[in-house]
Design a protein around this ligand. Structure first.
Ligand code: ADP
Ligand code: MG
Length: 170
C-alpha cells in the first residue's frame, strides 16, 4: 500500500458500545471526518502501528478498518486498540496514530450482536490476540521504531486535531 505509513489524528468518539472493553480489547473510535479522509488505497483490514493519546507516551497499537454496522455498512470505521493498560478511558482526547503495516483482511474485531448480546467466537478472540503479538514483534524492527521519532509525534496536538497526513508528505 503506497500510503503506508499513514499518519492520522482525531478526537476519540464513542463507538457503538459493542462491549469490546468487557472482552479486554477496547477499541478507540475515530470520528467520521478522519475516516472519510483516508487515502483511497488504504483497504479494510487489520493494521499495526504507533499510537499516542494527547501529548502522552507513544505505544504500540493494532487498528481495524472495517464497515460500520451503525450506518448499514455504508461507512467505514477506524478502531484502534492501544497495546497498553490505561487507568482511565480517554474519550474526547486526541489520538494520534501512525499506521505502519498491514496484518490481514477484515475479520477481526467484528462481533455478532444477537438480541442485544455481543457474541465474539473464541476463534476471533484468538485471532485478535495473534494480531497483537504480530504487531509487538514487527514494531521492534528498526525501520518501524524510527517512526516514533517523527515530527508528527513531537508536536503538541491541540491545534492539529482531525487530520490525515500521508507519511510520504511529512
Ligand atoms: P466504544 O464502543 O465506545 O468504542 P469500547 O468498549 O470499544 O467502547 O471501549 C473503547 C474506549 O475504551 C476508548 O474510547 C477509550 O476511551 C477506552 N480505552 C481504555 N483503554 C484502551 C486501550 N488500551 N485501547 C483503546 N481504548 C481504550
Ligand atoms: Mg470501540
Amino acid at each position: 500500500m503506497r500510503s503506508l505509513p499513514c499518519f492520522c489524528r482525531g478526537q476519540v468518539v464513542r463507538g457503538f458500545g459493542r462491549g469490546s472493553k468487557d472482552l479486554g480489547i477496547p477499541t478507540a473510535n475515530f470520528p467520521e471526518s478522519v475516516v472519510d479522509n483516508l487515502p483511497a488505497d488504504i483497504s479494510t483490514g487489520i493494521y499495526y502501528g504507533w499510537a499516542r493519546m494527547d501529548n502522552g507516551d507513544i505505544h504500540k497499537m493494532v487498528m481495524s478498518i472495517g464497515w460500520n454496522p451503525y450506518y448499514k455498512n455504508t461507512k467505514k470505521s477506524m478502531e484502534t486498540h492501544v497495546i497498553h493498560t490505561f487507568k482511565e478511558d480517554f474519550y474526547g482526547q486526541i489520538l494520534s496514530v501512525a499506521m505502519v503495516g498491514y496484518i490481514r483482511p477484515e475479520r477481526g474485531f467484528k462481533s455478532l450482536v444477537t438480541h442485544g448480546c455481543v457474541f465474539l467466537p473464541d476463534e476471533l478472540i484468538a485471532a485478535i490476540h495473534s494480531d497483537i503479538e504480530e504487531a509487538k514483534i514487527k514494531l521492534d524492527l528498526p525501520e518501524h521504531l524510527k517512526l516514533k521519532e517523527q515530527h508528527f509525534f513531537k508536536t503538541p496536538v491541540s491545534t492539529t486535531a482531525n487530520q490525515i497526513l500521508n507519511g510520504h508528505r511529512l
